[in-house]
Design a protein around this ligand. Structure first.
Ligand code: CA
Length: 145
């Protein structure tokens, strides 16, 4: 039976953490991945709830991005904080959701997740490049459940 904790292998989880660490080295942005067993509410509502619960609205530059996944009903949502939404358009979130949806259908979950993180990372590095004076990992890179 698929569950949030078994959705990825330990090795894959490490890969996610490592990818987030590498992406964040090039940006002041903060990325988190949260995996739930199932989502009984509206997936976007639940993702927003998780976003606040993880205190992702408390970053210095308001440029956190959450990738939320509910494994049993194969739902996901991507939430960006206000500074990101001032930079990227709604089209960007739509495109990345479209890609992620395709990836989840056609590839292993880890492939889909890493691809989405890379796409987000490119935007973060572009709009919020890393600052030499600040090397702050404001939010943990570990997946939350
Ligand atoms: Ca981080």
């Amino acid at each position: 039976m698929i569950s949030a904790k078994t959705f990825l292998t330990d090795e894959e989880k490490n890969k996610v953490v490592d990818t987030i660490r590498k992406i964040e080295a090039a940006t002041t942005g903060e990325i988190r991945v949260h995996i739930d067993d199932a989502c009984t509410d509206d997936v976007l509502d639940r993702a927003v709830e998780v976003f606040y619960h993880l205190r992702m609205d408390k970053t210095v530059f308001r440029n956190g991005v959450l990738l939320y996944i509910a494994v049993k009903n194969k739902q996901f949502a991507i939430i960006g904080d206000e500074a990101i939404n001032q930079k990227v358009t709604a089209k960007f979130w739509k495109e990345i959701s479209f890609e992620l949806n395709n990836d989840f259908k056609n590839s292993a979950p880890i492939t889909a997740i890493l691809h989405a993180l890379q796409t987000i990372g490119i935007q973060l590095a572009h709009y919020f490049p890393a600052l030499d004076i600040l090397d702050n990992n404001e939010l943990p890179n570990e997946i939350s459940f």
